[in-house]
Write a protein that binds this ligand. Structure first.
Ligand code: 8X3
Length: 257
């Protein structure tokens, strides 16, 4: 059942809620009492998750949404009675090519989803977050937002853009009742991230995690996000980097033979 630690009626919007970190975060926020708006493109997935959460006694609503579709995002924002928390999780990587040969279409798509998608939803919901009197914007970036790695290419560039969006927004809205939290995970093994990056090539995807004893899970990151969101309002976790113990940096990973 919903935890009474979060006042009745508080609403959390989670983008990319159809799988991985987004779905796990929706479960985490629902468990502490938020009414979660499950926003993602895949209707069947968000509907199934909403049904699961509702059956467990939580409050959840499925919302079919493409964060890159600005008019749709504005219509979605207008349909909400309130918004207290926004988790900008929708995003992802395409390709792992060097800069010399990377596909500009991949770069554009990654910028569109990770940066413009976050911009669209944040702009649309900022008035409601402010009106809540106690709003939280979470930007789920990545350790790729803080330093490069070979083959990181357009993903590193896009995540750096998302990081700067979060930093700039925090500067610009200081003094309003909205905090901006950036969570930057390192290696997380989810069902889709690496497979999408390598366009369905499961072998290449598996190689990302080869020999790593325990990459982070979606639940590990969701737990971190839920923790940050549930700190008292005056506490702003500006930037939190979370990696598996086996990963010391973007390029230094311990792999068992
Ligand atoms: C995922 C981390 O290392 O694949 O955001 O860029 S990494």
């Amino acid at each position: 059942m919903a935890d009474s630690s979060v006042a009745d009626g508080r609403v959390a919007v989670v983008t990319g809620a159809s799988s991985g970190i987004g779905a796990a975060t929706a479960r985490g926020l629902a468990a502490v009492g938020y009414h979660v708006m499950l926003a993602a493109r895949r209707k069947d997935r968000v509907e199934a998750l909403a049904a699961e959460l509702t059956a467990a006694g939580h409050r959840a609503t499925a919302c079919t949404l493409d964060v890159t579709d600005r008019p749709a995002v504005n219509a979605f924002a207008a349909s909400l009675d309130r918004c207290d928390v926004l988790v900008n999780n929708a995003g992802g990587a395409l390709g792992a090519d060097p800069v010399a040969t990377g596909d500009p279409d991949d770069w554009r798509r990654m910028f569109e989803v990770n940066v413009i998608g976050t911009l669209n939803v944040t702009q649309a919901l900022l008035p409601s977050l402010t009106a809540s009197g106690d709003g939280t914007v979470v930007v789920l970036s990545s350790t790729a937002a803080l330093g490069p790695y070979e083959g990181g290419g357009g993903y590193v560039a896009a995540k750096h853009g998302e990081h700067v969006l979060a930093e700039t927004l925090r500067l610009e809205i200081v003094g309003t009742p909205v905090r901006v939290i950036e969570i930057a995970p390192g290696m997380v093994r989810t069902e889709e991230f690496a497979t999408t990056r390598f366009r369905g090539d499961e072998e290449k995807a598996a190689r990302v995690y080869a020999g790593v004893a325990a990459p982070l899970t979606a639940d590990d990151v969701a737990d971190t996000i839920t923790w940050a969101v549930t700190r008292p309002s005056h506490v702003n976790v500006d930037l939190l980097v979370v990696r598996p113990r086996a990963q010391a940096s973007n390029t230094k990973v311990h792999r068992e033979p």
